[in-house]
Design a protein around this ligand. Structure first.
Ligand code: AMP
Length: 328
């Protein structure tokens, strides 16, 4: 793996050139998008107290509210001499802050496959388990110039934990753990973080037991569930709680691909795709989505399309099992 020192240095130099830095992420943020933007902002504020640093997005989210909120919008003209840093967002159409293009220069920092490169500077390491891991690397590389504290480390650690499936995904390597260790050394309260991440309302557990009754597994091993709006209403679920359903499907022997279909308020169906052993991102891309090899997303627009996607997934698993041994 390359060290990527040059691009990190260029990004740091670029940050130093600007008095105003605007940080954004993808819409419908996950823990990595939230943790990386907040953690980076905190690091830049501590390291360069004279600079204006904002986290500005157009969609708000209650998810991970324990890490604090984001900033209020600023006047459009303030973008003109600002550096915009986009975190965790593979393509420009997924950037939450649509005013990103008003900025003077654009920096992309990401760990998704670089399908459509953008930005005046772009640092992408698609083999990393989280972008937050790269933010720690950035800090450690320039530790003489960059300051991180417990507050920033808490955001970044939370992003690492959530995006790596609690450090279980195959993308977790020695670097991941060493970087997490550097955050632990700052005295973060992991018991508090895990309590915030893991505890849920009683209705969510009732929903979980209902899902176990309703989920299905195809002939070759695709587990799936469809959570429509009525189900979300019945169990009084937030969109985030409904979306977590994907994690209920992940431990069935032989089901090496699992798909969660969650109906959005607008009637479209969000798909969360996950797999082990085999990759699944080509299927997400076929349906206009993307993401990582084994954790990706897409949107389908009808139950018919949903059914076709399940058939396609089943075919992928069938072929994988035909060509490989050793899957559980
Ligand atoms: P999710 O299931 O929403 O957690 O998404 C898993 C990964 O796929 C994340 O890294 C997302 O950024 C990415 N992803 C989700 N939905 C899409 C989409 N429609 N297009 C491109 N990437 C996506």
């Amino acid at each position: 793996m390359t060290d990527n020192f040059e691009i990190k240095k260029q990004i740091l130099d670029k940050i130093k050139q600007y008095d105003r830095i605007i940080i954004t992420r993808h819409f419908r943020p996950d823990g990595d998008a939230i943790g990386s933007t907040k953690g980076l902002a905190r690091m830049l504020k501590l390291s360069f107290p004279q600079k204006e640093v904002y986290v500005l997005n157009e969609d708000s989210s209650d998810y991970l509210a324990f890490l604090g909120g984001e900033d209020e919008p600023i006047d459009d003209e303030k973008y003109a001499d600002a550096l915009v840093i986009v975190c965790d967002t593979a393509t420009t159409d997924r950037i939450s802050n649509k005013k990103y293009s008003l900025g003077k220069e654009l920096v992309k920092i990401d760990h998704h496959i670089d399908v459509k490169p953008y930005g005046d500077l772009s640092w992408v390491e698609d083999e990393r388990s989280s972008l937050c891991e790269m933010i720690v690397d950035f800090w450690l590389t320039f530790k003489d110039e960059l300051t991180l504290d417990k507050e920033g480390a808490t955001c970044i650690f939370t992003g690492m934990v959530t995006d790596s499936g609690r450090f279980r995904f195959s993308s977790v390597d020695g670097d991941t753990m060493r970087r997490a260790g550097a955050l632990l050394d700052l005295g973060i309260n992991t018991e508090w973080i895990y309590a915030n991440l893991n505890l849920d309302d009683f209705n969510v557990f009732k929903f979980e037991s209902y899902v176990y009754k309703k989920m299905k597994v195809t002939q070759n091993g695709v587990a799936y569930i469809y959570v429509d709006k009525a189900m979300q209403k019945r169990f009084k679920l937030t969109n985030e709680q409904a979306s977590n359903v994907v994690s209920y499907l992940d431990s069935i022997k032989g089901a090496i691909v699992w798909l969660a279909f969650i109906q959005n308020v607008d009637g479209n169906i969000r798909v969360r795709l996950r797999s082990r052993f085999t990759t699944i991102n080509a299927l997400a891309e076929k349906y206009g989505g993307g993401g990582h090899d084994m954790a990706c997303g897409a949107t389908v627009h009808s139950k018919k399309e949903m059914k076709q996607m399940i058939v396609d997934a089943d075919e992928i698993v069938k072929n994988y099992k035909h060509d490989n041994t050793g899957w559980l």
